[in-house]
Write a protein that binds this ligand. Structure first.
Ligand code: FES
Length: 130
């Protein structure tokens, strides 16, 4: 677990969580499909200049949500426990659980941003919002 959090990333997450990020951007390259751990494994973190994204592999599909858990704005969701059947990830700090395909919390109110994903020729592309 990191000792310090990147304040720029946290500020972006706060803005997104407050509903301030709604306009879709262009798709941006994330990584090779082969770089994402197999289904049920941890997420792969992709860092853009002001956003941190967790990519998850769920039985043949790739999903992208913010890596920032809205509980304490901790950048840890990629390190959470994945449940492929329920399609959820559980934050390793205090156990909040989110739908990997929606970003919505499944055990209470709240959500983390979810992003569009496109796979092209073995490459993963993500569309962020601004
Ligand atoms: S920081 Fe994620 S549940 Fe507390």
């Amino acid at each position: 677990m990191p000792d310090e959090f990147d304040e720029d990333l946290l500020e972006t997450a706060r803005r997104e969580l407050a509903g301030g990020a709604t306009a879709p951007r262009e798709f941006q390259f994330a990584c090779a499909l082969s770089e994402i751990p197999p289904a049920g494994g941890r997420g792969k973190v992709i860092r853009y200049e002001d956003t941190e994204v967790a990519l998850f592999h769920l039985t043949g599909e790739i999903f992208a949500i913010s890596n920032i858990c809205p509980h304490e704005l901790s950048p840890l969701l990629a390190a959470g426990t994945v449940n492929c059947q329920a399609r959820t990830v559980t934050c390793p700090l205090h156990g909040w659980t989110f739908g990997i395909d929606t970003g919505k919390r499944t055990d209470g109110p709240g959500a983390t941003p979810a992003y569009d994903v496109r796979i092209e020729s073995g490459e993963v592309w993500i569309r962020l919002r601004e």
